[in-house]
Design a protein around this ligand. Structure first.
Ligand SMILES: [Zn+2]
Length: 273
């Protein structure tokens, strides 16, 4: 079974699906989550300017929800660390792990929007660079990981942390991708792995790529989302690469539709542990 990294202190009262769906996904996954230590201030500085980190944590700069809520700030120490802990686990043990987290890829080096405050992708990938030469991020969220690109450029890490997202050279979400079988997704991921030779894959299994997602950026049917997951997991396994996946966007109402997409990812993930 895929281990799920989740801490109860990730939970806050904020009424938004990206916050509320996470504990519900963990509950429905039906396994005891792995807990971990929260990030400290210096961990956030691995992706962001110290002034920005200080502004957010002192509630003088608005977070990615556009609020000055200290409870959300507290939860950020745990949601970001969830991905970091899952990365360290897979580097130790190989295989696949799930981080029950989201809210990262619009967080820029010194600003934020779009429900993202700190870029847990960049922080976790950067921590992995002490142990592997390169990290490949396959960002399957239906929106562009512009914050990730910005952090990597500002930190001059774009040659060691490869960000494949909705825009850019390697762009995921081309018109033909909506018709891809699991085998074609596997070939797509194989191509990326051969080109970049990463030692770790971080896969954002974004559920807003669903073609019925209300944010209307989606391009994959429910079954096609499963094919994407299956192909990416199969490719990482064939290359014996550790892979960590997390939840990312997904805004369907009722929330259960989005959770079903994440549970489908989990079911395929369990086949490749
Ligand atoms: Zn999105």
């Amino acid at each position: 079974m895929t281990p799920i990294f989740y801490h109860p202190l990730q939970q806050v009262a904020h009424r938004f699906i990206s916050v509320q769906k996470i504990p519900e996904f963990v509950r429905q996954a039906g396994r005891k989550p792995v807990e971990f230590q929260p990030y400290r201030v210096e961990d956030f500085e691995a992706a962001h300017s110290p002034a920005y980190v200080k502004g957010i944590l002192s509630c003088t700069l608005k977070n990615g929800f556009g609020t000055l809520d200290p409870e959300i700030n507290q939860a950020l120490h745990y949601s970001n660390a969830s991905l970091g802990a899952a990365v360290q686990f897979t580097l130790d043990h190989g295989g696949v792990a799930c981080s029950a987290s989201q809210g990262f890829h619009h967080a820029h080096y010194d600003n934020c929007y779009g429900y993202c405050t700190f870029n847990g992708l960049v922080i976790a990938a950067r921590s992995a660079l002490e142990r592997v030469e390169k990290v490949l991020i396959i960002d399957g969220d239906a929106h562009h990981g512009d914050g990730t690109d910005d952090c990597l450029q500002r930190l001059n890490l774009q040659n060691r942390i490869i960000n494949v997202s909705r825009r850019g050279f390697e762009k995921i979400g081309r018109p033909e991708h909506s018709r891809f079988s699991a085998t074609q997704w596997e070939q797509y991921a194989d191509g990326l792995i051969r080109r970049y030779s990463p030692g770790l894959v971080i896969y954002q299994a974004g559920a807003d790529a669903w073609d019925k997602d209300p944010y209307e950026a989606g391009y994959l049917s429910f079954d096609a989302l499963g094919a994407r997951d299956q192909g990416i997991f199969a490719s990482a396994k064939a290359h014996n690469l550790p892979l960590v996946w997390n939840l990312a966007g997904g805004y369907a109402d009722p929330m259960q539709k989005t959770i079903d997409i994440h549970l489908q990812t989990l079911a395929f993930s369990d086949q490749y542990v």
